[in-house]
Write a protein that binds this ligand. Sequence first.
Ligand code: ADP
Ligand code: MG
Length: 322
Amino acid sequence: MAISEFDLIARYFAAAGAQRTDVPLGIGDDGAVLACPAGCEVVAVTDTLVEGTHFLSGSSPASIGHRALAVNLSDVAAMGARPAWALLALTLPAADESWLAAFAQGFGALARRFGVALVGGDTTSGPLCITVQLLGLVERGRALRRSGGRAGDELFVSGTPGDAAAGLALERHRPATDTAETRFLRERFLYPEPRVALGEQLCGWASACIDLSDGLAGDLGKLAAASGCGATLEVDDLPLSAALRSMQGPEGAWRLALTGGDDYELLFAVPPARMAAMSAALPAGRWGYRRIGALCAEPGLHVTRGGGVIEFSHRGYEHFSG
Ligand code: ADP
Ligand code: MG
């Protein structure tokens, strides 16, 4: 590598994240020392992005830096925790300084926005691969789980699922003309907005929560199964963006919203008894979520359209599936 590992870390990563007072020892020693406040538990998540699998070869380094942290922020949000500290394991084919500067900018801007300190990591050479570990804090016993739902709980989703999958398709097959709509969809893939504030607010209201990474239908199946339930979902209630509807048509739009990946929205269940108070505390319009169905006793996913049952089967995106 042209630039030494030491210089690379000092130049691009030492000050990339937020400054926090609960980091007695950050980057530079063999390990970081983190001060966990009394009464809190730590939520730990990690996610890897591999070139060619999780992002296209040659994609924008700023977007790769953003997404590497965003997917982890989304997991922490789904647990109802507040993100605090990150570690970054970076495998690089070469120390390309303009690539590193843009990557660190994408990662750092998001880290600072959510108050996340970068407290350590590892830098090696090899095929491009990024692993982030993120630690979040939650009040003892309050973390959200997938397993807390019960039959009768209402189901909600944030944002407009399906956009990211449409955006990825546009990134793959670059259309000749870029419109406001194609730009919107591409941005939704390249720069997902993790629902950190919503996740934190859902503690005390939601009985179960999951973030959408592999497609709404598959991820809803995971939440329902973990909760020992099935789920009903009404297609006409799916929040679809105007851009997605115009690009895919009405039929293609809801299909992509159910099956497309990379949304990083929150899907959560709320017991009916808490509905009125939650709607008052977290108005759906302001917080950007919508009711799409309910948990039910019969196992499986029961999809309806205009109230009528329709055939729908999709398992979501799974690695190693064939
Ligand atoms: P060691 O050999 O003891 O694991 P390194 O020389 O690999 O230590 O790393 C030196 C310091 O730099 C450590 O504090 C480590 O956490 C940090 N570090 C290494 N790579 C990165 C990175 N990509 N981002 C942030 N911190 C890093
Ligand atoms: Mg060491």
